[in-house]
Design a protein around this ligand. Structure first.
Ligand code: ADP
Ligand code: MG
Length: 393
């Protein structure tokens, strides 16, 4: 074991004196921007009578079956032997930490969301204890996934999203490392609600929530405003007196929905659907990360390259933005996902066409990666889409 990791683990045990009696730290399993996660053994586990139970002792906690599951998941029979201990960095604001713990509490009955067992605080340090969920590294399994595997994976992911969205919660950071998937058990759980928020907390209205007519009028006014300004750079009006747009941009580069890039002030749960679509695009094209932008402008260029300027302009208009570019490689029409998939898997020149299975995957992809959030499929709708009609058992 790495010495610095051992040092950090010792420090953690010293900070929380009662901790050592309850948990034995095993190893570090994750390190992110906002936390470090350790695998640990629950030392009080043996006190529970079912600890001899083979299935439980093998232990990796499994979400209970979807139908007819008991409500309290941490009754003695269900107590996991191994836990994941998430040490949230002190640089996170107290409000943010509270937000994560509160949302997890709200989602405690959702079987595809990794629940919170308990939490500890010592001064400014906070530890969240979750059942350990055995999973594999996305980078390991995604290149080998068949279309059937994709159906099963996305059925699991969209089941989780439907549960989260039903509570009016936007996860905001959907990506492979936040969906712990076990290809053997064909189940996954959603983790990391550090950036999640309730839908509708942003109060400033965005044009995307207006009807077409109003949108058109407002946009004409704004274009008139822009052209009335004299300036060398189109799109950057001098003496612009309008307040700058502010919007929540939280999330991960490459997974941000276009409305986030267009600074929509009324973002919805549909931003998670876009991110899930990016995961599917990644698997179909066998390229991870698929989008690799350094900032929001580059991200817009990447998306525009696929969709073309015409659809990108329309996408901007929905949120009252004017999209313009003079980059010669961005065409007006863009490319189809079929083409992109064939190119990236090097199949375009040997005349191979897509299979029926792959075509269905692309159809589903188009419903997820739709530039217009109002037209993009919802998680609930996705669960009845042909692509997700699969029974893994
Ligand atoms: P961060 O905010 O630092 O991204 P996460 O909650 O996403 O924190 O956890 C980081 C990593 O730790 C995950 O990608 C995963 O590998 C591991 N991890 C988190 N929770 C669990 C869990 N319940 N079981 C197993 N591994 C976990
Ligand atoms: Mg994470």
């Amino acid at each position: 074991i790495d010495l610095t990791v051992q040092h950090d683990m010792d420090k953690l045990e010293a900070t929380f004196p009662s901790f050592k009696e309850k948990y034995r730290l095993i190893k570090r399993i994750g390190e992110g921007t906002f936390s470090t996660v350790y695998k640990a053994e629950d030392l009080q586990y043996h006190q529970y009578e079912n600890s001899w139970d083979l299935d439980a002792a093998e232990s990796q906690w499994r979400p209970p079956p979807l139908k007819g599951a008991s409500r309290s998941r941490f009754d003695t029979a269900n107590k996991p032997k191994f836990v994941a201990i998430k040490k949230i960095y002190v640089t996170s604001s107290p409000a943010r930490i509270l937000n994560e713990l509160e949302l997890l509490h709200d989602l405690r009955d959702s079987h595809s969301v990794c629940p919170l067992i308990t939490a500890f605080r010592h001064a400014d340090q906070v530890l969240a204890v979750l059942p350990y969920f055995r999973h594999q590294d996305f980078r390991k399994y995604y290149p080998e996934m068949s279309v059937y595997d994709m159906r099963v994976y996305f059925r699991s992911l969209f089941t989780a999203l439907a549960a989260v969205h039903e509570k009016g919660i936007i996860h905001r950071d959907i990506k492979p490392t936040n969906f712990l998937y076990d290809p053997d058990k064909k189940r996954g759980v959603l983790v990391d609600f550090g950036l999640a928020e309730r839908e509708g907390v942003e109060t400033k209205p965005c044009l995307c929530h207006e009807d077409r007519q109003t949108r058109k009028q407002r946009l004409q006014q704004s274009v008139a405003f822009n052209s009335a300004q004299a300036g060398p750079q189109p799109g950057y009006p001098v003496n612009d007196t309008r307040p700058s747009r502010r919007a929540n941009r939280a999330g991960t580069r490459g997974f941000r929905a276009p409305e986030v890039l267009f600074k929509c002030t009324e973002q919805t749960t549909k931003i998670d659907i876009w991110s899930a679509g990016v995961i599917l695009l990644t698997i179909l094209c066998k390229r991870f990360p698929f989008f690799n932008s350094a900032d929001d402008i580059e991200a817009m260029i990447e998306i525009a390259t696929i969709f073309g300027t015409r659809r990108m302009k329309q996408a901007g208009q929905i949120h009252g933005c004017v999209f313009d570019t003079n980059i010669p490689t961005i065409g007006e029409k863009g490319f189809t996902f079929e083409k992109i998939m064939l190119w990236s898997t090097c199949r375009s020149d040997n005349g191979k066409d897509l299979t029926e299975d792959e075509k269905e995957a692309i159809q589903f992809l188009q419903r997820c990666i739709d530039l217009d959030p109002t037209k993009r499929i919802s998680a609930k709708e996705a669960l009845v889409h042909d692509f997700l009609q699969v029974d893994p058992d």
